[in-house]
Design a protein around this ligand. Structure first.
Ligand code: ZN
Length: 293
């Protein structure tokens, strides 16, 4: 059964554990229930997956916002008939990097699992009455980390927005720069920031939506450079993680540190917007900012 998960490690898989073989039909029963239910990390209640999906992956009981993949994010925000653009870029593994396994192997696995070339999708389409360029990050592709491909894809979205004078929306979800690409990842921060400065000069609006989690080099570059920087409820947003900060400053961090609501209170964000209201909020913001022609 997969209704519950141990906090510290999973149960042994059938056949592998000490009592794995004692129950011959355990595997069959697992198959029947697997994937139907999910335990909410917010309220710890068991919820039906179909209910969760029908509710934009927001817990119907406590409002916890689960991660949303890039495709669903685009479907949620754009009208039908949008077009995916700037696809087909793949990392060349510039450092020929290997940690516990080769980076090339990680990339291959991530591609298979997500069906994407890297941790991002660009789309152009209509959001309410507005033609927009939308760039959505994919957290399940190596933690949504930013290497050369993510950097270039965001930069292309920015350039497209400037050329076509369409507002730019970026939905960030990232663990930060991709360490397997080292300095090449860090260079993306400068590249994207430069293109965003040009977008600003051209007076084309840019809104960044920070989702759980948005950290590291992504927070330190484009995720915080929007004309509006808004976040989903409960999103973890920061540069370094809380443990690193605590150890560095040798102080206990306040409650809710690095969560969207705390950051809003401290003036780090412009708004915290629940997912259900997100599209309407963005449309209203774009009505207000209207691209000057
Ligand atoms: Zn919940």
């Amino acid at each position: 059964m997969t209704w519950f998960k141990r906090e510290n490690g999973d149960f042994p898989a059938p056949g592998n554990g000490p009592e794995g073989d004692s129950n011959g039909d355990a595997a069959a029963r697992t198959v029947r229930t697997e994937g139907l239910w999910i335990k909410c990390v917010g309220c710890r209640q068991t919820i039906w997956k179909a209910d969760l999906e029908a509710n934009l992956s927001v817990c119907p009981k406590c409002g916890h916002h689960f991660k949303l993949n890039a495709r669903r994010r685009i479907e949620m925000l754009l009208e039908p008939g949008y077009e995916l653009v700037d696809a087909g870029l793949r990392s060349t593994d510039p450092l020929n990097f290997t940690d516990i396994k080769p980076y090339k192997q990680r990339l291959r696995k991530a591609r298979e699992e997500t069906g994407l070339d890297d941790a991002i999708l660009n789309a152009v389409g209509r959001m309410g009455p507005h033609e927009v360029v939308l760039s959505a990050m994919e957290y399940s592709f190596i933690g949504g980390s930013m290497g050369a491909v993510v950097g270039e894809t965001v930069a292309r979205a920015v350039d497209r927005a400037r050329r076509e004078r369409k507002p730019l929306i970026v939905v960030a979800a990232s663990g930060g720069a991709r360490m397997m690409e080292g300095v090449v990842s860090l260079m993306q921060m400068a590249k994207i920031s430069t293109t965003l400065a040009q977008l600003d000069d051209a007076k084309v609006p840019y809104i960044c939506v920070l989702t759980d989690p948005t950290t590291g080099g992504v927070t330190a570059s484009f995720a915080m450079l929007g004309d509006l920087n808004i976040a989903e409820p409960g999103a973890l947003i920061g540069f370094a993680g809380p443990r690193v900060i605590e150890q560095t400053i040798r102080q206990k961090l306040p409650e809710g540190f690095q969560r969207a609501e705390f950051l809003l209170e401290k003036g780090f964000l412009d708004a915290v917007v629940p997912r259900k209201e997100l599209k309407a909020y963005l449309v209203r913001a774009l009505d207000f900012m209207k691209t000057p022609m």
